[in-house]
Design a binder for this molecule. Structure first.
Ligand code: GRF
Length: 202
């Protein structure tokens, strides 16, 4: 599998994917890291691991379509067959999602469908729930709505701040993201023609 990881920031999920790909180097290669923001720590992580990395600055394109046309071009040029959104803070249009459906996954820092959208960690904290978590899902046109592949619960502690809770959720994401990729490359889970199917073990 040829993976591209799309980021916008620190890239700790990118790091977890890189580490996992190293352990599975005969089956997985992170061939490209794309950030829509320059000078983020995630790009440094790519460089440290000799992974091709580019910035596609969305502010340089007048329309989402043109931004995505460039995105699509580089992904196709590198023969990417699995796109991992990891803290990528741009909404992708239905056209782009439909072109890559079943081959694009995302991590969200809550137990979807609870707390979709941005600020999910703060939403959970503010809601006063005792359990939140993370979700790795196939990307659908509607934000944070695609079929769920892996989830892990994370407790919210009385003295939690957004930072401490986000950190605990990220630790869970760093376990869940490789698990989700593993399920996909082993074809235990597929999302084809809008249908999620699991390969039953028995
Ligand atoms: C992750 O917690 C992800 O769920 C959220 O943004 C964070 C990105 O963190 N969308 P990192 O850049 O992978 O460290």
């Amino acid at each position: 599998y040829r993976l591209a990881v799309l980021i916008s920031g620190t890239g700790t999920n990118l790091q977890a994917i890189i580490d996992y790909a190293k352990a599975e180097k005969y089956r997985i290669e992170v061939v490209l890291v794309i950030s829509n923001v320059d000078k983020v720590a995630g790009l440094e992580r790519a460089r440290q691991n000799n992974i091709e990395n580019i910035v596609i600055d969305h502010k340089r394109y007048t329309t989402r379509k043109q931004f995505e046309k460039e995105l699509d071009h580089v992904l196709k040029e590198k023969s990417v067959n699995l796109i991992c959104l990891a803290g990528f803070m741009r909404i992708l249009t239905i056209d782009f999602v439909n072109q890559w459906k079943g081959k694009i996954i995302n991590t969200h820092p809550s137990l979807l469908p609870a707390f979709p959208g941005c600020g999910a960690v703060l939403q959970a904290l503010t809601a006063g729930v005792k359990i939140t978590g993370c979700t790795i899902h196939f990307v659908e046109a509607k934000v944070d709505s695609g079929p769920i592949i892996v989830q892990e619960s994370v407790p919210i502690l009385p003295d939690d701040s957004e930072t401490t809770l986000s950190q605990r959720i990220k630790t869970a994401e760093h376990r869940c993201y490789p698990q989700a990729i593993d399920l996909i490359i082993k074809e235990q889970v597929k999302y084809v023609d809008g249908k999620l199917s699991w390969l039953t073990s028995h």
